[in-house]
Ligand binder design. Structure first.
Ligand code: THU
Length: 134
């Protein structure tokens, strides 16, 4: 979570001013961090969670992701409750978990305040789309 807080500083969020930081821990002990990356063409904005998962996978495609910590900083108000990953990111988190056949722990916090811990990403996405149908 400390690493996720640091990652908010590298966010490129000139449109929303909502700076999301995410950090992951791999089974080999390596950590990665990432932040949201916005674009004037709004639908092109990349969420911090997907940025960090893709970056880590590019370097360590076969390594298990043990945990992801997610936080955010809002320039105009203090976030004192955990922030929650968007639906698209939940779908991606669940697929990572299915691919690696190992639970992916999700840890959430606002800028300050309580920390929520979920032992599996699947807890955050009931009835997600199942790639086995394809
Ligand atoms: N955002 C994330 O990075 N992760 C989420 O799970 C939700 C939203 C980003 C996208 C956009 O840059 C900003 O937060 C406001 O939506």
């Amino acid at each position: 979570m400390k690493s996720a807080h640091k990652a908010t500083k590298s966010a490129y969020a000139p449109y929303s001013n909502f700076k999301v930081g995410a950090a992951i821990l791999l089974k080999n002990g390596k950590t990665f961090k990432g932040s949201n990356f916005e674009n004037a063409s709004y639908p092109l904005c990349l969420c911090a969670e997907r940025v960090v998962l893709a970056a880590a996978h590019s370097c360590h495609p076969n390594n298990i992701v043990e945990a992801i910590a997610i936080t955010a900083k809002n320039e105009v108000k203090i976030l004192d409750m955990p922030i929650s990953p968007c639906g698209a990111c939940r779908q991606v988190l669940v697929e990572v978990e299915q691919k690696q056949k190992h639970p992916l722990k999700v840890i959430l916090q606002g800028e300050q305040g309580p920390i929520y811990v979920f032992d599996s990403a699947s807890e955050l996405l009931p009835l997600g789309f199942d790639g086995d149908l394809l």
